[in-house]
Design a protein around this ligand. Structure first.
Ligand code: NDP
Length: 259
């Protein structure tokens, strides 16, 4: 997505996006790349990363963000190619569902490790660079599940609430610096994660995929899935130099569900 208002505004800045190969991360890559940022795109699967990298001129980097040593290593590789990190987009995440009484400890650990502990690791391993940048930005892709309870996904809800706690604490801690720390909180977005949620609903309820898609889509007050490009547009806005006073914000993008 090329935004003429933002064209060239991020020239020379290094944006590192976790989960940059699909969905919201891929859309963010298009938006930030379109504004001139140099891109490092992290994920476990090389194929989708390479496809986005080819479209955006980014650098695909294979990394499992639940492994802190691996993150430290690839951040160094990314710095060697693109310079210190200016824009850190913590987007990688996974979702699972289960009634609470059947939720396994393994599933809890997986969700917390990917959605919350990895956010801590990525933030801490980038913070030195971000504080030295003239345009340091730390942005978390949280969720409406950061703002209210989620039946059948207590682990996901807890991880996303935790992400906002981390965001707000860092925004307060670094308020006097040039770094801003913010979050976007999407409702259901048209991405592979939502496709998987739809498939799970069909599997559990026996409904057709079309019926399950309609049920999930209608949870958004708009009656449509959020366009990942809209989330990316907000991430881009938060990255622009003129957004330097937006700090500690959790921006809801859910088609009006939380109104
Ligand atoms: P996707 O499934 O398309 O994106 C998730 C990305 O995270 C994938 O690219 C995946 O790549 C990457 N990822 C997952 N686990 C790891 C890991 N251990 N290490 C490195 N990368 C990992 O879905 P979305 O774009 O929707 O999700 C992006 C974010 O948006 C998530 O944090 C999600 O919770 C959040 N969100 C999504 C909503 C929705 O309705 N879809 C609503 C609200 C928030 P790979 O598998 O190759 O590692």
């Amino acid at each position: 997505m090329l935004n003429p208002m933002a064209s060239g505004k991020l020239d020379g800045l290094h944006a590192l996006i976790t989960g940059g190969g699909t969905g919201i991360g891929a859309a963010a890559a298009e938006a930030l790349g379109g504004a001139g940022a140099k891109l490092s795109l992290l994920g476990r699967r090389m194929e989708p990363l390479a496809a986005v990298a080819e479209r955006t001129g980014g650098r695909p980097i294979q990394c499992d963000v639940t492994n802190r040593d691996a993150i430290a290593k690839v951040f160094d590789e990314a710095r060697a190619a693109n310079g210190p990190i200016d824009l850190m987009i913590v987007n990688a995440g996974i979702a699972e569902s289960a009634p609470f009484h059947k939720m396994t400890r393994d599933s809890w650990d997986r969700i917390i490790a990917t959605n919350l502990t990895a956010a801590f690791d990525c933030s801490q391993l980038a913070i030195g660079d971000l504080l030295k940048s003239d345009n340091g930005r730390l942005i978390y892709v949280a969720s409406v599940a950061s703002l209210r309870g989620v039946p059948y996904a207590a682990h996901y809800g807890a991880s996303k609430h935790g992400l906002l706690g981390l965001m707000r604490s860092l925004a307060a801690e670094y308020a006097k610096t040039g770094l801003t720390v913010n979050a976007v909180c999407p409702g259901y977005v048209d991405t592979p994660m939502t496709d998987q949620s739809i498939a799970r609903v069909s599997q559990i309820t026996g409904r057709s995929d079309d019926d399950s898609r309609a049920a999930i889509t209608n949870i958004n007050a708009s009656g449509r899935l959020v366009d990942p490009a809209g989330i990316a547009a907000m991430i881009l806005t938060l990255c622009l130099p003129q957004s330097r006073d937006i700090n500690g914000a959790a921006v809801t993008i859910d088609g009006g569900t939380s109104a």
